[in-house]
Ligand binder design. Sequence first.
Ligand SMILES: Cc1ncc(COP(=O)(O)O)c(C=O)c1O
Length: 383
Amino acid sequence: MEDQGIPREQIFRMIRKYKEIDLTHRSGRILGSMCTCPHPVGVKAYFMFLESNLGDPGLFPGTKAMEDEVITILGELLGKKDVFGHIITGGTEANIMAMRAARNTCKVNNPEIIIPKSAHFSFRKAADILCLKLNIADLNDDYRVNLTSIEELISDNTVAIVGVAGTTEMGKIDPIEELSDLCLRNDIYLHVDAAFGGYSIPFLKETGYNLPKFDFDIEGVSSITIDPHKMGLAPIPTGGILFREKKYLESMAIETPYLTEDMQSTMVGTRSGAAAAATWALLKYLGKDGYRKIAVECMELTSLLAEGIVKVGFELVTPPQLNIVAFRSNKLSVEDISHRLEDKGWAVSIASYPKSIRIIVMPHLKREHIEKFLLDLELINHD
Ligand SMILES: Cc1ncc(COP(=O)(O)O)c(C=O)c1O
């Protein structure tokens, strides 16, 4: 650290050099991320509430009111208006909170959870932090969880079963209704990780897309993760966790002696009020119609991309259910494809199961990006 501070103009000259090294979503070159360009309305709201700390909500009652309203709106979107929850940092924190609530309310000596093989790695973190035994259920050929495999893993120590609505790698929606029946029959907590799908499935269903139920409309669903910083277009970090009943939040409540609230259920103490404000502003500004258009546009580009990939000689791993396309080749390795695309300026990601190139068609991608990408993909295949 310098003894004397550096003038402001110089700081920003220096900072710009770092910024220039980064990729941007706006360039359309980021194809393997669930993040996107934050919407300007969300950014403006975020900046207005930078100093607001929802870990000490008595000081920021306005921000707290916005968080409460956001939770109600998201609950309504997901089938139940009177839900309980928080705006937090993202899907990881939400999933950890859900597993903690399940463990705390179930109270068995050696708690276990069952997750699909397709579940996000945040559940591994949750299992590690919360000392939960992790049981991994197999998938069907369509990469949705196999119910028999789940059933076989249930034991007296099972505190939670997880279903995913929009899997990280293939974008699939697990059979949540069937999981719910299983959970109700066995009196087990069911968590739905809709970090990715939560902001698009309800809108796509309204538009006529044939997608299964996944939310609080299904009786056995105890909690849902929904991430505003993915398809919700909020600035990072903004996540959401919703619980069907207050007792789940209460099961995690810790006394907070010196703050304006007596008890706190979130993992972190000091937490961003800006995230709640941005989510609030975007829900109001875009409305159902705005989010519907975004979700549909992403799906239309997904179809264009999927058809194009096949046309230029690659193989789809599975038909896309949401806006994620996974593909591979019978002559090039997945690493080879990824490197060649990287040389042409495209940042794709590699799915682990099954090994494939994975593209998430986020709202920052436009038709011209997809068309340019397909031209490069065709060149790669004929190199
Ligand atoms: C389904 C799912 N859940 C949870 C997460 C974790 O979210 P975050 O990276 O915001 O913690 C992801 C991230 O991609 C995800 O795809």
